[in-house]
Ligand binder design. Structure first.
Ligand code: 13P
Length: 287
């Protein structure tokens, strides 16, 4: 059964570790992540961007697939199905479809409008027992064609949004989606500490988990980050494994590649990546 991310993040915050959000794009990724969470006895959050939602034939299809897998694979660890960077409209679609968690990315609205829309979603999510993530300050880089400049969040604005009753807060602290450029200045721990000071026990979310050095990840967790999002790293390991399989020429039958065999190395590669992250984030055996 899908669960809200609230309890797993409260526990993570108390235990000073972080729960990984791994984005899904198809059946293979979903299966790889769920099996690894079960093997690691770790809670997990499956992230779905709007683009991935469209690709996988809509949110209802995804809910059916994830619930089916949880059942058929015997997954007993807590699993949250979460909309990643949702627009206001997409949030409502996911609420109706049966997601257990949503992120409303109102960071591009003026703060007053972000507050108004978030307030309304807090109420709807509370009625349904769902968790809600809000964002203040944009996360840099590109996600589904949207390019953020990556400015650091204003701690007072973070407090304003946190006080509305959201479950978790993504605050921009110089993090970027995708690969980090060579001249990246690193995470702003000063901003992170100021945001946490203003927001008390609020679990903080670190987007752009790919490519952040391990010591920075650990420091971010020690300063209050309880959820870390990873997408690009799974993409890179999946692509490398698939490319290798094709280059090694296993098309021996003359009938093209058996799709199940073609995608199997990618699934194994994602499993390894997810396991490595769960160990780094400290969520192993925390289910
Ligand atoms: P990366 O693609 O950089 O791992 O970031 C993922 C993310 O933050 C999804 O919201």
């Amino acid at each position: 059964m899908l669960v809200s991310a609230k309890e797993m993040l409260t526990k993570a915050k108390q235990g000073k570790y972080a729960v990984g959000q791994f984005n899904i794009n198809n059946l293979e990724w979903t299966k790889a992540i769920l099996l690894t969470a079960q093997e690691c006895n770790s809670p997990v959050i499956l992230g779905v961007s709007e683009g991935a939602g469209k690709y996988m034939c809509g949110y209802k299809t995804i809910v059916g697939m994830v619930n089916g897998m949880i059942n058929e694979l015997g997954i007993t660890v807590p699993v949250a199905l979460h909309l990643d960077h949702g627009s206001y409209e997409a949030c409502y679609k996911c609420i109706d479809a049966g997601f257990s968690s949503i992120m409303f990315d109102g960071s591009h609205y003026p703060i007053e409008e972000n507050v108004a829309k978030t307030t309304e979603l807090v109420k709807v999510c509370a009625e349904r027992g769902m968790s809600l993530e809000a964002e203040v300050g944009s996360i840099g880089g590109e996600e589904d064609g949207v390019i953020g400049a990556g400015e650091c969040a204003d701690p007072d604005e973070c407090k304003m949004i946190a006080d509305l009753g959201v479950t978790m807060l993504a605050a921009g602290i110089g993090n970027i989606h995708g690969k980090y450029p060579a001249n990246w200045k690193g995470l702003s721990f000063e901003t992170l500490a100021a945001v946490q000071e203003k927001t008390g026990e609020m679990p903080l979310v670190l987007h752009g988990g790919t490519g952040i050095p391990e010591d920075m990840i650990k420091k971010a967790i020690s300063l209050g980050v309880a959820k870390i999002n990873v997408n690009t790293e799974c993409q890179l390991s999946f692509a490398a494994a698939t490319r290798k399989y094709i280059e090694e020429g296993k098309d021996l039958s003359g009938k093209g590649f058996d799709p199940r065999k073609l995608l199997a190395p990618g699934v194994e590669a994602i499993k390894a990546t997810v396991k490595e992250k769960m160990e780094l984030f400290g969520s192993v055996n925390k289910a």
